[in-house]
Design a protein around this ligand. Structure first.
Ligand code: AMP
Length: 485
């Protein structure tokens, strides 16, 4: 175990016995040396053992599990056009659409010289093209849980031949209320399989999940649980709440940042900040769960192309985003859930690059700061930031009151999950509503099922309000794996 996930290793990709077609793809990606998680995980996954991996996005974990999966499936690869020769053999579950998309792009790139097929399915977009692709047959399926269940419902996805399951960012899947969906999916998989669980943190809930569904797993930890990458410089700037927008503009301008993700705790806050930044001359856009999938993809693509300077994001929308060489992230708000701080700053300093994590801290965020320092087990460097330029659209009292009113009315009318009162249990942090819906068959799934005269599965209840531990304690089902050997 090393402190820095990106510390170069002495390992080489040649030493793992990977097929020449895979090595060629790795070289084309420009990877010369395996990252620590790759050096540790690849041999274990190749050996067929279950894995409990503590690794954040940004450590190279996707290749850490995808490369050996591709190698293991290669003997089963077929050039036949028959869908029956291309059953789903590896299933990779991710919490968000963006992460699913990124993992799929990586898998596609690593398997490009083989005849293995891969596909990605996530919600918020038309199911039909996904269904058509699934019907043609794919060996590696990357999916978000809800949409996968839609496809199972529609009988376009059959999980009966899955040999390898990956639960990527499992902690976030639990945070987002996906546990019931995960349980349904796990029940559809063969008992005899390899299971790889990756999580940025090893909370008691994650350990419980692993104890229930993994079989004698090998623990792989390349960064201390809940630690932050050491190649990220972390600075906390103390500013008045009303000066935060001006502070963001100042940091972007003074540091000449051309590409920065700015994190906000709420969707309303993210939208408002993006508008304010635009008015202050920063090219900005917001991504959050209220925006359609295509809007989010467009915003992300524009950001990746360098057309947008500041991508203002909520935690869930930004989860898993992999933007090459992102020089900095800014926390406009300190997150209510300290673990989100670790996830947020993991967006910068990726794969060995250095990065800056700049956080704005107002006097009413002392508890969040203390929670973060407790989690990462060290004090953060707090500096004062003087914002001289008057900010025209600052977060004044009236604005704050308006926002509170907005939130109040949303809560009354929609029951949406909103920002909890300060100091409430962090599991009830604001989460984009879209992701909180566990499994509701989409209209197309329902109508397709109806056409075949099938009864669609009853929509699930909204994400349970029960404490997660209670839910996990309630795993009453027989364990799907065979006993440890
Ligand atoms: P991940 O943690 O899987 O999201 O990967 C983070 C980034 O590191 C991605 O952009 C990968 O393409 C890149 N990456 C993964 N493995 C390597 C490697 N061995 N050398 C250089 N970059 C890598």
């Amino acid at each position: 175990m090393s402190d820095t996930a990106t510390t170069p290793t002495n390992a080489t990709f040649d030493q793992f016995g990977l097929h020449a077609d895979i090595l060629k793809a790795i070289a084309e990606q420009g990877y010369t040396t395996p990252t620590p998680i790759q050096a540790e995980a690849i041999p274990v996954v190749l050996g067929g053992r279950d894995v409990m991996g503590a690794a954040q996005t940004g450590t190279g974990k996707t290749a850490g599990f995808s490369l050996p999966i591709i190698q293991r499936l290669l003997p089963l690869a077929s050039t036949s056009a028959s869908p029956a020769r291309h059953p789903v053999r590896a299933l990779i579950l991710t919490p968000t659409r963006e992460l699913a998309d990124q993992v799929a792009a990586n898998v596609q790139a690593y398997a490009k010289h083989t005849s293995l097929r891969s596909a990605v399915v996530f919600g918020g977009v038309d199911m039909n093209p996904q269904s058509a692709e699934l019907r043609r047959g794919v060996e590696i399926l990357i999916a978000t849980p809800g949409r996968l269940l839609d496809h199972v419902q529609q009988k376009t996805a059959n999980l009966g031949q899955v040999q390898i399951l990956v639960l990527d960012e499992a902690d976030r899947m639990l945070d987002m209320g996906f546990l019931p969906d995960l349980q349904r999916i796990l029940n559809l998989l063969p008992a005899e399989r390899q299971t790889l669980l990756f999580s940025a943190t090893f909370s008691p809930e994650i350990k419980k999940l692993a104890a229930t569904y993994l079989r004698n797993p090998q623990t792989i930890e390349v960064a201390r649980s809940n630690s932050t990458a050491t190649n990220v410089t972390q600075i906390v700037y103390e500013v008045a709440e009303g000066d935060k927008t001006g502070a963001v503009v100042k940091l972007i301008r003074d540091r000449g940042l051309k590409q920065v993700i700015v994190f906000c705790n709420s969707k309303i806050g993210a939208s408002r900040l993006a508008r304010q930044l635009e008015r202050d001359g920063v090219v900005a856009t917001a991504i959050h769960g209220d925006r359609t999938q295509s809007e989010r993809m467009q915003a992300l693509d524009a950001f990746k192309r360098g057309e947008i300077e500041a991508l203002v994001a909520t935690d869930v929308a930004a989860r898993g985003l992999d933007i090459a060489e992102l020089p900095a992230v800014i926390n406009f708000d300190l997150p209510f859930n300290a673990e989100d701080y670790v996830h947020r700053i993991g967006r910068t300093g990726r794969a060995g690059a250095s990065g800056d994590a700049l956080s704005l801290f107002s006097p009413n965020e002392r508890k969040q700061l203390a929670d973060i320092e407790k989690l990462i087990k060290r004090p953060l460097d707090v500096q004062r930031l003087t914002v001289d330029t008057p900010v025209r659209h600052h977060h004044d009292e009236r604005g704050a009151r308006r926002e509170r009113d907005d939130r109040g009315s949303r809560r009354r009318t929609t029951g949406a999950h909103e920002r909890p009162a300060h100091g409430t249990h962090h599991r009830q942090q604001p989460v984009d509503d879209f992701f909180l819906k566990p499994y509701e068959p989409s209209p197309s799934a329902v109508s397709a099922a109806a056409k075949r005269d099938e009864t669609p599965a009853a929509p699930q209840k909204p994400a349970s309000k029960q404490p997660l531990a209670a839910l996990l304690g309630g795993f009453g089902m027989p364990r799907k794996t065979t006993p440890s050997n």
